[in-house]
Design a protein around this ligand. Structure first.
Ligand code: AMP
Length: 281
């Protein structure tokens, strides 16, 4: 396995691969790796010649310093998992490697970063755009793989490439959500839950699944109320938002008759741990 800590070393290694016409897939992560991350590396391996995985807990995307501080860091286990998954190129930069000086770029994504996660985590997506654009410039991948668990992030990264990096021709691939056996979407943050909280958090997904079966008989607003009330009835859980939006502009859906693809996106606090999930209707 080739582990690089500096962008210069990684870049020169990848330049040699590109000279041999090899394609490069890229999976950016913040570590504390689980099967969701590994599924992205598998997709990358099936579609490109070489896969690069980065592990970098990006400070600029955390609006809450406590969240950044308690974010799980399990680097030795992560490297072991990547070895087992057959990943051969890993990028482990430190903060000054990525941000030699303060990044003051402000990205304009219109509506899509003002709603849902963007509304409740001010500055979060600007930080995501900063780190993803820097990593893309270093790795210059042919394809980059993002989980649909972070649905809004996937939409914004696609817009980032279209609006700010169009010449790069990077293709953004959305990968399906990997879940625990009880249905809870896998997340590095699940590590911070007690086993009782983890069990109760499975209600998030089961409620979204139930809501999907009710669209024939209930209006959009009724479904929203159903989901919020049902989850809030559980004493471990508190819904922050549940919105049903179209899957490209992320505008609110008002009726089921609208033609666009519809996604229900939710954020729920389980104790102090914030979990997100979503479902296509
Ligand atoms: P993170 O380390 O949380 O920043 O996630 C890195 C990448 O893994 C992002 O593209 C996430 O959307 C993706 N990811 C995280 N959890 C899952 C999951 N349960 N299923 C699929 N992809 C995931």
């Amino acid at each position: 396995m080739n582990i690089f800590k500096t962008k210069t070393e990684l870049s020169s290694f990848l330049t040699e691969l590109r000279k041999k016409n090899k394609t490069i897939g890229f999976v950016p992560t913040m570590g504390a790796l689980h099967d969701g991350h590994i599924s992205l590396t598998k997709q990358s391996a099936s579609q490109t010649d070489y896969t690069v995985v980065s592990i970098f807990v990006n400070p600029t995307q955390f609006n809450d310093p406590k969240d950044l501080e308690k974010y799980p860091r399990t680097i030795d286990k992560d490297i072991e998992k990547l070895k087992q998954a057959g990943v051969s190129i890993v990028f482990l930069p430190n903060v000054t490697e990525i941000y030699p000086k303060k990044d003051s770029r402000i990205f304009d994504f219109g509506n899509i970063d003002k709603v849902m996660e963007g509304k409740h985590r001010q500055g979060h997506f600007n930080g995501v755009a900063q780190v993803v654009s820097i990593l893309f410039e270093i790795v210059i991948p042919n394809k980059a793989f993002f989980g649909l668990k972070d649905f809004q992030q996937y939409v914004i990264v696609k817009e980032l490439v279209k609006k700010y990096m169009a010449d790069s021709n990077i293709e953004i691939i959305g990968c399906k959500i990997i879940r625990e056996p009880n249905g809870l979407a896998m997340s590095s943050r699940n590590e911070l839950l007690s086993s009782q909280e983890r069990e109760n958090a499975s209600i998030i997904n089961s409620t979204l699944q139930k809501a999907k079966t009710l669209t024939g008989e209930k209006s959009v607003d009724e479904i929203k109320n159903f989901v919020i009330q049902k989850i809030n009835q559980n004493k471990f859980l508190k819904v922050e938002y549940f919105d049903i939006v179209d899957d490209t502009k992320l505008e609110q859906i008002k009726t089921w008759e609208e033609k666009s693809q519809k996604v229900g996106c939710i954020a729920v606090f389980c104790g102090s741990v914030r979990l997100i999930d979503n479902i296509y209707f």
